[in-house]
Design a protein around this ligand. Structure first.
Ligand code: SF4
Ligand code: SF4
Length: 110
């Protein structure tokens, strides 16, 4: 099992999650983060840290569409272990539904 970052993270990217992960398995894209399912030890510590509830266990229905994205892009994007600055308009985006279409495959900057 692993935890999965879902579309709610897109354009929010608050990054509270990365500071608590004991195995540093978050990876950063241009507008969201993902978790490496190969490295996640399933501790669950990050889940309550996310202010927008973007992180779910892979047993959750919401994880289905995002597990492969987490798996693929965690091998392509840079690792992130320290909280950076959230986008200036993050609060405007945090409750918007249907953000999947805005997903960017470009790597981000840790
Ligand atoms: S805390 Fe939540 S919204 Fe912020 S980067 Fe982590 S998963 Fe994304
Ligand atoms: S469940 Fe634990 S190991 Fe997995 S990403 Fe979250 S904090 Fe890291």
């Amino acid at each position: 099992m692993t935890y999965v970052v879902t579309e709610t993270c897109i354009r929010c990217k608050y990054m509270d999650c990365v500071e608590v992960c004991p195995v540093d398995c978050f990876y950063v894209g241009e507008n969201m983060l993902v978790i490496s399912p190969e490295e996640c030890i399933d501790c669950g510590v990050c889940e309550p840290e996310c202010p927008v509830e973007a992180i779910v266990p892979d047993s959750d229905d919401k994880a289905a569409d995002w597990l492969e994205q987490n798996r693929t892009f965690s091998t392509q994007w840079p690792n992130i272990t320290r909280k950076g600055e959230a986008p200036a308009d993050a609060d405007e985006w945090k409750d918007k539904p249907g953000k999947a279409a805005l997903f960017s495959a470009n790597p981000g900057t840790p």
